[in-house]
Design a protein around this ligand. Sequence first.
Ligand code: ADP
Length: 255
Amino acid sequence: AGQGAPILEADRISMHFRGLKALDEVSLSVTAGEIRGIVGPNGSGKTTLFNVISGLYRPTRGRVRFRGRDATGLAPYRLARAGMSRTFQNLRLFGDLTVEENVLVALDRSATWHSWHYLLRPVHVLRRDRDLHRRARESLDRYGLTEFAALPPKSLPYGIQRRVEIARAMAAGPALLLLDEPAAGLNGEEVRQLSEIVRSIRDSGVTVIVIEHNMGLVMSLCERITVLAGGRVIAEGEPAEVATTPAVIEAYLGD
Ligand code: ADP
């Protein structure tokens, strides 16, 4: 582990909300091709770190480098064009669009969406684009969602909705995928399927960073794990290493 070029580097990231130090000098280097886990007690800064990395927040201090370039504070749609993609802890699928249309909108390179709030081209216009349509279909097919293409996500089981989010995030062919608690609300079988999906994504050459509370999943899936507590990195290493670090055990006892 640790060989190869970093695809993402966070250099002493601090994020302050008024008096609160949500992140305090967090540094992190993720190697291209790895599956990195981010764990830590509630409120330790995991989602804030994702929000800084994906451009939703500009950090109070520190720099983010993505694919060798400074990416600090770049707008989310610009990071998406540069090859970064993410999912959210709470699903952000469009309720009045079909599964296929939800994937289609992610392929619109002209969109200046901001965490899926703003869309430039209406979906009926996108539907007429044969190339986009084909790529949306391919992504649905790859994640076993073809049979649900014409249905609204809300009508589907939660595990399928989570998969739609991943299909959408993957449709544009990112180099880095950020997953924020992808196993939340999934049953055992769905977690097993998720694990296979994430491995196949990595095997296709995509780097994955995953925030996850399901420790069994994190331990079996990730090559390296970064542990946050109180907005700081308290440990980093291979799963077995991190699991036996006293500071980590202590942090979790208080959770
Ligand atoms: P985690 O994902 O590890 O549960 P978060 O990153 O969500 O932790 O939160 C870290 C801390 O930052 C918490 O105390 C949270 O209340 C605070 N925080 C996160 N986002 C904001 C925000 N937009 N404004 C103010 N405080 C925030």
